[in-house]
Design a protein around this ligand. Structure first.
Ligand SMILES: *Cc1c(COP(=O)(O)O)cnc(C)c1O
Length: 392
């Protein structure tokens, strides 16, 4: 049996949980929560990092900080996780979906200008699979129109674009430490703030709408209710676990890179025969190798492959149902959404088992099973012309 994902222990995670208990503080913002935030600020060049209970919580905080007025619009891809849109919709913003680039499956920056209206307030690029969006272009568009940029870097922790860490480029960035991501603590996240104007209000929103952080710093002599907010502080238990992994940032990254490169090498013959397409990483991007996906020629072949693997105990999974086709997408998005690349991709993508502790022998097993299934297929008449060879 080869699962799609397996949570892992890489170092001192459990020891640090015990240590958090002995330090006598397992609620929020203790030793380990502060240590995680500081590590991200120092290593990734982020102005201020606030640890949160999830990436969804971080996106919600960013959405509150955007201060939307009724009718305001937010630009984002349809090919993404629900939270990318829901965090903004619950603050009253209207999602405007933009198509993706066929090479990275990230938002197509060349289509953003055309989606901007006088109601547009923000752009939410999603760094799919840990490969950066074209951030120079996106920031230039945002500057020109006075928009805020919120990077959904849930999958982009420890990846970079032109040498800058994902999450450090937009006004805000959001990280996830969900057990399916690269660095994990069960459920967890972080809000990255790169524009100092937002730091003080972010601290208040995170702490139930109180100015308790200012009180802790001795800036006010009592704390009180000063704004809207919620409980967006993670447990110290989760931060202790996460810190055990962040200490091994590079070790974990190197293993993921090796897994990715093994898949690439072993799948090359199938790609050369035009049976599938491999993912593509532009030169400007240093990936964190968050996932390994392949694109099949059709939904039929993808489903046959997925079922065939499952029959051999290998779990490979598809990904997002595009949000513009969802019930909430219909309710809150525009009526006419023409997203040909998103529609064309839908049904062709398959994600392969990928986790820190996967053995090389298991990767070989996955690829052998894929080869058997795909070479045993007579190409159905419904399928189009053979796939173009690998995008370089
Ligand atoms: C995982 C993920 C999220 C949500 O992260 P949580 O920590 O589970 O809230 C948001 N956006 C993207 C693109 C994701 O992959």
């Amino acid at each position: 049996m080869i699962p799609f994902n397996k949570p892992f222990i890489a170092g001192k995670e459990l020891y640090y949980i015990a240590q958090a208990v002995t330090y006598g503080n397992i609620a929020g913002d203790g030793h380990f929560t502060k240590a995680c935030a500081k590590l991200f600020e120092d290593q990734f060049g982020i102005t201020k990092v606030l640890m949160t209970p999830s990436c969804t919580a971080a996106l919600e905080m960013a959405a509150i900080l955007c201060d939307f007025q009724p009718g305001d619009e937010v630009i984002l891809p349809s090919y993404t996780f629900v939270s990318t849109a829901s965090a903004f919709v619950r603050e009253g913003a209207k999602p405007v979906f933009v198509d993706i680039r066929p090479d990275t499956l990230n938002i197509d920056e060349s289509l953003i200008d055309a989606a901007i209206t006088d109601r547009t307030r923000a752009i939410v690029p999603v760094h799919y699979a840990g490969v950066g969006c074209e951030m120079d272009r996106i920031m230039e568009i945002a500057d020109r129109h006075g928009l805020l940029v919120i990077e959904d870097a849930a999958q982009g922790v420890n990846a970079s674009y032109k040498g800058r860490a994902l999450g450090s480029i937009g006004h805000f960035g959001a990280f996830s430490f969900h057990e399916t991501k690269n660095y994990i603590c069960g459920e967890g996240g972080a809000l990255c703030i790169n524009d100092e104007r937002f730091i003080e209000r972010a601290e208040i929103i995170r702490d139930k709408g109180t100015n308790r952080q200012r009180f802790f710093r001795g800036e006010v002599d009592k704390y009180t209710w000063v704004d809207i907010g919620s409980s967006y502080v993670p447990s110290e238990i989760c931060s202790a676990f996460l810190y055990g992994q962040l200490e091994l940032l590079d070790t974990i990254a190197q293993r993921r890179r090796a897994i990715y490169e093994t898949y690439t090498r072993l799948l090359m013959p199938l790609a050369d025969e035009g049976r599938l397409e491999l993912p593509n990483i532009p030169e400007d991007c240093q990936s964190n190798y968050h996932m390994f996906y392949v694109l099949l020629p059709s939904r039929e072949i993808r489903d046959t492959l997925m079922e065939g693997l499952r029959a051999q105990g290998i779990t490979a999974v598809f990904h997002y149902i595009p949000l513009h086709t969802s019930p909430m997408g219909h309710k809150f998005g525009s009526d006419q959404q023409h997203l040909p690349q998103t529609d064309a991709l839908n049904g062709r993508l398959l994600r392969l088992p990928f986790y820190y502790s996967i053995e090389d022998q298991e990767i070989h097993g996955v690829v052998d099973a894929m080869t058997d299934i795909l070479t045993g297929l007579s190409v159905p008449k419904t399928s189009q012309s053979p796939m173009p060879t690998r995008v370089v």
